[in-house]
Design a protein around this ligand. Structure first.
Ligand code: UD2
Length: 279
């Protein structure tokens, strides 16, 4: 067993879902469970407008760390299909490009991801993948992200909020929005930049967030953090069956804290004014 006990972190939620931290699982044992199942993992990543510049490092590092030894299919959504870099991949891994329109508002690009993920699952993935992870492109893998992360509905605790109190969480606080979470309610603050689960789990999530987002928009409401706010509301009502620690989405600008024994995936430092269409 490669597991050591950890006393410095909480490894289970109050609804008895695991919270995955380095040192709380045995990856060899977990691979022995999942490898024989011959599963396929889909990964979606959006690279619209200037965000195409992040795609190469994302893919190169994913090829070193993301579900190594498993069948992986990347779906790259972009308005610049001709600029998708060529990255060498193992035989059991491939990349599909999906063309999407560009947009003048970063909020719309970020928010439309739910609709496109829902459609992808309905039109392409059923019977072709078992699990799906939806990841921000402006990030790199630095350590293994594997089958320990699998579950029906998987959320990642946002690195900016895991140590703080609930009152500091940037949930949508206006009750007119369908992303509303009242003061004193909510569990964790989860990232919009990484989430996943079974096809069914993510389809229901994407479908619900999309409709709530669009119903808000029809009334002129945009939640504080767009789809991240809707995702947080969804995860509060439909508890994730597995929660990933901030090892699974850190931010390069944040100093490393003692609990963090490994960084698996981390957002690069970026200058918003330089890369977003409107800022
Ligand atoms: C946070 C979330 C992000 C999203 C956003 C709210 C994390 C680490 N990030 O990040 O997931 O919930 O808040 O809107 O949890 N994109 C493009 N082109 C653009 C703009 C965005 O392709 O012009 C895509 C790209 O895949 C990017 C993602 O949308 O990674 C999120 O946008 P962001 O990185 O600008 O959002 P950010 O860092 O504020």
């Amino acid at each position: 067993m490669s597991c050591v006990s950890r006393r410095d972190i909480v490894a289970v939620t109050p609804w008895l879902a695991p919270i995955v931290w380095e040192g709380t699982f045995d990856s060899h044992l977990i691979d022995n469970i999942y490898r024989p199942q011959n599963i396929t993992i889909a990964a979606t990543v959006f690279a619209v407008g200037k965000y195409i510049r992040f795609l190469q490092d994302f893919l190169l590092t994913a090829e070193q760390h993301f579900f190594i030894g498993y069948r992986v299919v990347y779906y790259v959504f972009t308005d610049k299909p001709e600029e998708v870099p060529h990255v060498n991949m193992a035989n059991n891994r491939k990349l599909n490009v999906v063309s999407v329109p560009s947009s003048n508002r970063w909020q719309e690009i970020s928010a439309r991801r739910m609709e496109l993920i829902q459609t992808l699952i309905e039109e392409k993935l059923r019977n072709h993948a078992d699990y799906i992870y939806c990841l921000d492109v402006d990030s790199k893998f630095h350590g293994p992200w594997g089958a320990e992360s699998l579950g029906h509905l998987v959320a990642v605790i946002h690195p900016g909020y895991y140590g703080g109190t609930r009152s500091k969480f940037t949930y949508e606080r206006r009750s007119v929005s369908r992303a509303y979470i009242a003061e004193g309610e909510g569990d964790f603050y989860y990232c919009g930049g990484a989430f996943g689960g079974s096809l069914k789990g993510v389809h229901t999530l994407a479908d619900t967030c999309r409709w709530n987002f669009e119903a808000d928009a029809a009334e002129g409401i945009e939640a504080a953090w767009q789809e991240e706010s809707h995702l947080n509301r969804y995860m509060w009502i439909n508890k994730p069956t597995k929660v990933l620690s901030p090892e699974y989405l850190w931010q390069d600008f944040k100093p490393r804290t003692p609990e963090l024994k490994i960084i698996r995936f981390s957002g690069v430092i970026k200058n918003y004014a330089d890369i977003r269409p409107n800022e």
